[in-house]
Design a protein around this ligand. Structure first.
Ligand SMILES: NC(=O)c1ccc[n+]([C@@H]2O[C@H](COP(=O)([O-])OP(=O)(O)OC[C@H]3O[C@@H](n4cnc5c(N)ncnc54)[C@H](OP(=O)(O)O)[C@@H]3O)[C@@H](O)[C@H]2O)c1
Length: 377
């Protein structure tokens, strides 16, 4: 049974059979919260998504955690999700946001076997663009604190780690081309390839990002606004590149295919240049593709993180170990250089998505959700 602690607040103790809210040390969970909801399918985030201000705070089920989100991550595919491209059978309204970092404020009885109130967790589960999110305990990952860097590992770090591990075949001296290299996931592809003693080439769109890539150990940043990528690859890498970590699609994909070495591998991570279009695709020179691959015994592999969840835990553990050991940079971009400043509060998520699609970010874009000072956690 729940009892009201005071108007507008909900008591934390619920000893009902199915839901077992543990003692919350006197702090209160409000009854209502803000969240972002997809109300209309569109790749235009501003048209698709609405900020709702009076939604009930959800209750965790037996195996769930209720997480108070402190940081949420922006992903290129947030606009694919808002366009309904993940599961065309799901109709609006639906929640959005792939990942969050926050504190457990309540939990179900089964979940309490592994988690406790006050614990800090990172999680990969839909609906993070909200003040509170119900997260299945199996989708959560305990982290030592609320450092925003942990959030960079959940989608971006694991995508680079697992795709390169499963499909990269990296070894010393191989040449690796990373596109959108200074972004959320690209930064990890660069660093993990360098750890495998590869020679790394990274594309980006500004001198600041080039400098950032240099600082990560990237051997040859290419600012494509200043130098044509195709010419640089032809003149400086006449034998071609062995591995491509490709996120941009369209013309960049075509250039990367042309740059493949004999037996080269191209991993399709994404095709962001097409996401804002109605189809979500960016056209490529598909007609000539079979001949190009055959002539080089080259291959193209698709990678989608959701298909590698059985290896997710191991990837997170390794990435956390590298980060804690000071061997991995987890660059976050909190929007400090964006026109209206730091991304703070759920309403700044709209600006954060715009900022990504203007190609401005260096590192992973993160939005902070501050909490009232009355909270004791
Ligand atoms: N397969 C998976 O499981 C998986 C998981 C996570 C992410 N991804 C993919 O990884 C890629 C990067 O995602 P992210 O969330 O980490 O984003 P991000 O790299 O942090 O940001 C996107 C970057 O892409 C470039 N860009 C933005 N709009 C563009 C456009 N219209 N045309 C060309 N380039 C554009 C910009 O970098 P520059 O201007 O410097 O090039 C921008 O900074 C996306 O393709 C995403 O779908 C895939």
């Amino acid at each position: 049974m729940q009892r009201l602690a005071s108007a507008g607040a909900r008591a934390i103790v619920d000893m009902s059979y199915t839901r077992h809210f543990l003692d919350f040390q006197g702090s209160a969970i409000p009854r209502v919260m803000q969240k972002l909801v997809v109300t209309r399918l569109s790749p235009n985030f501003r048209e698709a998504v609405t900020l709702l201000r009076d939604c009930p705070v959800p209750l965790p089920g037996d195996g769930d955690l209720l997480v108070r989100n402190r940081f949420v991550g922006i992903n290129a595919s947030d606009i694919n999700y808002s366009a309904g491209r993940y599961d065309p059978s799901v109709k609006p309204p639906f929640d959005i946001g792939f990942e969050g970092l926050g504190e457990v404020v309540a939990l179900g009885l089964s979940a309490s076997a592994r988690y406790t109130v006050g614990q800090t967790v990172a999680y990969l589960s839909p609906g993070s663009f909200a003040e509170y999110t119900v997260v299945p305990a199996r989708a959560a990952f305990p982290v030592p604190s609320l450092k925003p860097q942990y959030l960079t590992l959940l989608v971006s770090g694991t995508t680079a780690y697992l795709s390169l591990q499963e499909m990269g075949g990296l070894s010393e001296g191989k040449k690796v081309l990373v596109t959108a290299a200074a972004g959320g996931t690209g930064q990890f592809a660069v660093q993990l390839s360098k750890r495998a003693k590869c020679h790394v080439i990274g594309t980006c769109s500004s001198e600041e990002k080039s400098a950032f890539l240099k600082s990560l150990g990237c051997d040859r940043p290419i600012n494509y606004k200043a130098e044509p990528v195709g010419s640089v690859l032809k003149s400086e890498y006449p034998e071609g590149v062995d591995v491509v970590y490709e996120s941009v699609g369209g013309a960049m994909f075509d250039l990367a295919v042309d740059a493949l070495a004999t037996k080269g591998r191209l991993i399709i991570i994404g095709f962001i240049s097409g996401y804002q279009s109605p189809s979500g695709l960016s056209p490529v020179n598909a007609g000539t593709l079979p001949a190009k691959l055959l002539k080089k015994s080259a291959s193209i592999h698709g990678f989608f993180l959701n298909h590698y969840l059985s290896k997710y835990q191991g990837a997170m553990e390794r990435l956390l170990e590298l980060f804690e050991g000071g061997e991995l940079v987890c660059q976050v971009d909190r929007g400090d250089l964006s026109p209206e400043g730091r991304f703070t509060g759920l309403d700044s998520t709209f600006r954060a998505v715009d900022y990504m699609y203007m190609g401005k970010n260096a590192g992973k874009i993160i939005v902070e959700l501050p909490h009232p000072v009355s909270s004791k956690l």
